[in-house]
Design a protein around this ligand. Structure first.
Ligand SMILES: [Zn+2]
Length: 105
C-alpha cells in the first residue's frame, strides 16, 4: 500500500506518528483524515481522566472547554503557531485553576 505523503514537503503520516511533529504547515491539512482517530483517542483519555460521577452543567462545560483548549493547543503545535500555543496555555491554566477550585482534578 502506498503511503500518503504531504504534497508540499513529502512528509509521511508514519513519520508523524514516530516524531509527533509535522514537516510543514500543510501537513495538518494533508493528514487531517488520518489524524482524526488520534484526536478522538486523546479526547477519550481526557474523559477517562475526569471519570467521576455527578457533574454539574458548569463542571461539564469546564471539562469540555479544557478538552477543546488542549486540542487547540495540540493543533497550534502541529501547525507551528507558537504564539497561539502560549496564549492557549494561559487559558488552559485558568481552566485548570477553575477545575481545581471545583475539586474536579
Ligand atoms: Zn508538509
Amino acid at each position: 500500500m502506498l503511503e500518503k505523503t504531504c504534497s508540499r514537503c513529502g512528509y509521511t503520516f508514519s513519520q508523524f506518528k514516530r516524531t509527533g511533529l509535522f514537516g510543514c504547515p500543510d501537513c495538518y491539512q494533508e493528514f487531517y483524515k488520518e489524524l482524526l482517530p488520534t484526536l478522538r483517542s486523546i479526547q477519550k483519555d481526557v474523559y477517562h481522566a475526569g471519570n467521576k460521577p455527578k457533574y454539574s452543567v458548569e463542571d461539564k462545560e469546564l471539562l469540555s472547554e479544557y478538552k477543546r483548549l488542549m486540542e487547540e493547543k495540540e493543533l497550534a503545535g502541529i501547525e507551528g503557531r507558537f504564539s497561539d500555543m502560549a496564549s492557549i496555555s494561559e487559558k488552559i491554566s485558568y481552566v485548570i485553576e477553575q477545575l481545581k477550585v471545583r475539586g474536579l482534578i
